[in-house]
Design a protein around this ligand. Structure first.
Ligand code: ZN
Ligand code: ZN
Length: 372
C-alpha cells in the first residue's frame, strides 16, 4: 500500500501548487485525497480537509468521530498531523487558522479539490475572506495523469479481475432472463473476482444496445439479441476497472455483423496507434476514420475514450480537440461504438497503457463477437 501511495506525492503536489501560484491545496474526500494520502475518507456533511501548504508538513483535519479511521488509514504513516474538530466547533475556521499558522501569513490564493461540495467552497470563502479560490485539479490532474509502475500494476490487477467476470458471461446471459437478473449476477461476480465494490453494470440488450449509457431494465432478453455489457468496479486499493464486450444470444442480425467487423478493426487500429508523442485526438481519429470510411460515422456518437485510475473517468480524454501528446504512464480506454437507434448497437472497450515503446493492453478477453 505504501508503495502505491508513495510519500513523495505530497512533495510533488506542493511544488506543482507553488508553480501554479497557489499558497496551499485544500483537499476534501475524493480521489485527490486518496492519491495524496491513501485515505479513502467518507464524503459526508462533516468536513474532512487535508491542508497542504506549499512548504512544510500537511495537516489532516477530521471530525472527532472519524479520528479512529483517519488514524488507521495510510495517512497516519505519512507523518502528517491529524487534528480532530469537536462537534460544536467550526471546522472552516480551523482550516483558516491552520493555514495561517503553517504559512506564517495569510494565503493569497488556494486550490480547492475539484470534487469539494459547493457549501464547503462557500464556507471556506467566508472563513478566508479575500483569499482567491482556484481548482486544485489543474495541479492534481497533472500528477495523476502519469501513472507510476505501482499504479499500472494496480490497474493491471483491476483489468484482470474484470476480464474474469466477462469470461463467465455465458453463465448468466441467456434468453428468457431480464437485464436486471443478469446484472445482479454480474454485480456479485465483480465483487467475487476481487473488487471492493461494483461501480456500474450496463446490460443493454436488443434495441437498448443502441443507447450507450443505458444501464439495466426489466426487458427480457430474446434469442437473436445483441447485448452490450459494460462493467467496472473499484479494487480495494482504490484503482478502477472498466471493460465492454458485445455478445449475441444464439445468433446476431446480418446487418449487425457487417458493422461489428468494422468496429473490431477500428478498435484495433485505435489501440495500435498509441505511442508516446501521438496526440490524444489522433487515437480518436484512427478509430473514427475506419468507421466513417464504412459509412457508419454518424452512428459513432461519443468520444473514443477516457483516462482511468482512482476514478473511472479522468484525464486524458481521447476526444477530438485534445491535442495533448500521449506520454508513457498514461492509462485510458479505447472504446469505439456503433449504435443504430431502435435496433441494436455494439461497443468494444479495453484499458491500455502508453508505454515507452508503444502500448500495452490491460484487458485481454477476446474482442470478437461472443455468441452465448
Ligand atoms: Zn469506459
Ligand atoms: Zn465502460
Amino acid at each position: 500500500m505504501s508503495e502505491l501511495f508513495a510519500a513523495d506525492r505530497m512533495e510533488r503536489a506542493q511544488l506543482a501548487a507553488a508553480e501554479a501560484g497557489l499558497d496551499a491545496l485544500l483537499i476534501t474526500p475524493g480521489p485527490d485525497l486518496r492519491y495524496l494520502t491513501g485515505y479513502n475518507a467518507p464524503s459526508l456533511e462533516r468536513l474532512t480537509c487535508l491542508v497542504v501548504p506549499v512548504s512544510g508538513p500537511a495537516t489532516l483535519i477530521t471530525p472527532v468521530l472519524e479520528m479512529p479511521i483517519a488514524q488507521a488509514s495510510p495517512a497516519a504513516e505519512l507523518g502528517m498531523s491529524i487534528v480532530a474538530w469537536p462537534e460544536s466547533a467550526d471546522p472552516f475556521e480551523l482550516v483558516a487558522t491552520t493555514l495561517v499558522e503553517r504559512l506564517g501569513r495569510s494565503p493569497r490564493r488556494v486550490g480547492l479539490a475539484n470534487q469539494m461540495w459547493a457549501d464547503q467552497v462557500m464556507a471556506l470563502r467566508e472563513a478566508l475572506p479575500g483569499v482567491g479560490q482556484a481548482l486544485a485539479g489543474t495541479v492534481m490532474n497533472e500528477l495523476r495523469i502519469r501513472k507510476s509502475v505501482e499504479e499500472i500494476a494496480a490497474l493491471r490487477g483491476a483489468a484482470a479481475a474484470i476480464d474474469r467476470v466477462h469470461a463467465q458471461m455465458g453463465q448468466w446471459l441467456r434468453a428468457g432472463r431480464t437485464e436486471k437478473q443478469v446484472a445482479d449476477d454480474v454485480s456479485a461476480a465483480i465483487v467475487a473476482q476481487g473488487h471492493a465494490v461494483s461501480s456500474f453494470v450496463i446490460v443493454a440488450s436488443g434495441p437498448n444496445a443502441a443507447s450507450p449509457h443505458h444501464e439495466i431494465s426489466s426487458r427480457v432478453i430474446e434469442p437473436g439479441d445483441v447485448v452490450v455489457v459494460d462493467i467496472g468496479g473499484v479494487m480495494p486499493d482504490g484503482y478502477c476497472s472498466d471493460s465492454s464486450r458485445t455478445y449475441a444470444v444464439g445468433s446476431a442480425p446480418k446487418d449487425f455483423l457487417a458493422y461489428y467487423e468494422v468496429l473490431l478493426a477500428a478498435q484495433e487500429a485505435g489501440v495500435a496507434s498509441v505511442r508516446p508523442g501521438v496526440s490524444a485526438e489522433s487515437v480518436d481519429a484512427q478509430c473514427r476514420e475506419l468507421i466513417t470510411a464504412a459509412d457508419f460515422g454518424d452512428f459513432f456518437i461519443h468520444r473514443t475514450g477516457h483516462g482511468i485510475g482512482l476514478q473511472t473517468h479522468e484525464e486524458p480524454y481521447i476526444v477530438g480537440g485534445n491535442k495533448r501528446p500521449l506520454e508513457p504512464g498514461m492509462v485510458f480506454s479505447v472504446e469505439p461504438g456503433i449504435y443504430f437507434p431502435g435496433q441494436h448497437g455494439a461497443r468494444i472497450e479495453d484499458i491500455v497503457v502508453c508505454t515507452d515503446e508503444g502500448v500495452e493492453r490491460l484487458n485481454r478477453q477476446p474482442r470478437e463477437l461472443v455468441i452465448v
